[in-house]
Design a protein around this ligand. Structure first.
Ligand code: FAD
Length: 406
């Protein structure tokens, strides 16, 4: 029902029930606004799907951190032995138990989000949304395929991103991504991880920690954007745990028995050689793309940035005044949950209280769990030199061994 004095059904309509969208919707509701939120999960090409909460909760930070923890508890067994505990090292990691517990925890979070929305009187549509006009959202009911049109003064797009695949035949049919790994029913065996970013390295790290054989296929330097000296330490440790780094590129994927035969061109002793190896699992972690195809942004002429994300100004507003974008899908910011949450709340304060607060993206902290835990804040050495000039930068390094490592 429309409120008196308003042309629109809602003051604020959020598309995407992930980190940014949920935080933003709840913040607007707390200000007494009439709020609605649509969230719909498109299954991965292998059919994996999950509930409300977005990437972080279902296929990102939360299961990743739990699996990292699971792996480190395994590594601790070596320390336990030295500390006098009797440990049966022949006991192998049980994937079924872990995945069952991780997935149940996620389901409880999904349930928690739904009840929070009800409590805050936010209307929840479990439907795929697209933009019909600057103030109208079209919602499709997956069961009936019937459209529903709702209007709002402001529309916030917080649809996040999805993992990219390689343009190689059979890639989508035979390979998994992080969207599948965290819900994998069949225990992973010998695994190939393709990619060099933090997601590739973290997944490789915890799989190795759980006792799996892991190869990581990288095209060039891993963890670009992080301080090179620290990256070297991370990689040295990963190799020490038994992870095999291979420099090269994949060229083919073919089914072989229950596994995947991967053809690759790799660098060996300064030469490029072709070889093929059979893996039980191949995980593609080469980056993520903004999930905007279904939004029909062309209906209203929302502009995109060169990287394909929705172009926004410092107030997270797109080229159409009533349409805003934040989190992983917006052209500014960083692909991190706390950033999406902060943007969601700041946008609401700006729109409904006229309190516009900028975010200093340069001073956002981040951490990797590779499995050595490495945290960073601000510029890396290379970027600092580029920004301020080599003469104005002093670099201090210090290293120490944690006592436990003795
Ligand atoms: P999302 O959380 O992706 O939510 C978008 C939602 O919109 C999804 O539920 C999607 O299904 C829905 N949607 C999409 N299109 C439509 C539509 N048309 N209609 C309705 N609904 C739609 N960040 C950290 O800060 N720390 C970490 O440790 C960390 N680890 C990560 C590990 C992995 C493996 C991955 C993949 C990501 C990780 N991230 C981490 C990043 C973090 O998950 C994202 O930055 C964050 O989830 C972005 O939030 P968002 O609100 O922009 O979008």
């Amino acid at each position: 029902m429309e409120a008196k004095g308003s042309k629109y059904l809602y003051d604020y309509f959020v598309i995407g029930g992930g980190s940014g969208g949920l935080a933003s919707a709840k913040h607007a509701a707390k200000l007494g606004k009439r709020v609605a939120l649509a969230d719909f999960v498109k299954p991965s090409p292998l059919g994996t799907k999950w509930g409300i909460g977005g990437t972080c909760v279902n296929v990102g930070c939360i299961p990743k951190k739990l699996m990292h923890f699971a792996a480190t508890t395994g590594e601790l067994r070596h320390d336990q032995e030295l500390c006098g505990w009797k440990v049966d090292m022949s006991v192998k990691h049980d994937w079924d138990t872990m995945i069952g517990n991780v997935n149940n925890h996620i389901r409880s979070l999904n349930w928690g989000y739904k009840t929070q929305l009800m409590k805050e009187k936010i209307k929840y549509y479990n439907m795929l949304a697209s933009i019909e006009d600057p103030h109208t959202v079209k919602l499709i009911d997956a069961k009936t395929n019937e459209p529903l049109y709702v209007t709002a003064e402001h529309i916030c797009i917080a649809v996040g991103g999805r993992p990219q695949y390689l343009d190689i035949p059979n890639c989508k049919e035979l390979c998994i991504t992080s969207d599948d790994l965290f819900w994998l029913k069949k225990p992973p065996g010998k695994s190939l991880i393709i990619g060099a970013g933090y997601i590739a390295l973290e997944c490789g790290g915890f799989l190795r920690g759980m006792g799996r054989d892991v190869d990581i296929l990288v095209r060039s330097r891993p963890l670009r954007g992080f301080d090179t000296e620290m990256v070297d330490k991370v990689i040295t440790y990963m190799k020490y745990t038994g992870i095999n780094f291979v420099t090269g590129t994949p060229v083919s994927f073919d089914k072989e028995g229950e596994g995947v035969k991967v053809g690759m061109k790799i660098q060996e002793n300064g030469a490029t050689v072709e070889k093929s190896v059979v893996y039980d699992n191949v995980l593609i972690a080469i980056g993520r793309y903004p999930d905007i195809k279904e939004l029909k942004l062309e209906n209203v002429g929302v502009e995109l940035a060169p990287n394909g994300k929705i172009k926004v100004d410092e107030r997270w507003t797109s080229s159409v005044d009533s349409i805003h974008a934040l989190g992983d899908v917006s052209s500014i910011g960083l692909e991190l949950t706390p950033v999406a949450i902060k943007e969601g709340r700041n946008l609401v304060d700006g729109l409904f209280k006229n309190e516009w607060k900028k975010i200093d993206y340069k001073t956002v902290c981040t951490a990797v769990f590779t499995p050595l835990e490495y945290a960073v804040c601000g510029y890396n050495e290379h970027d600092a030199i580029e920004a301020f000039g080599v003469d104005d930068i002093d670099v201090y390094t210090s290293s120490f061994k944690p006592t436990e490592w003795a």
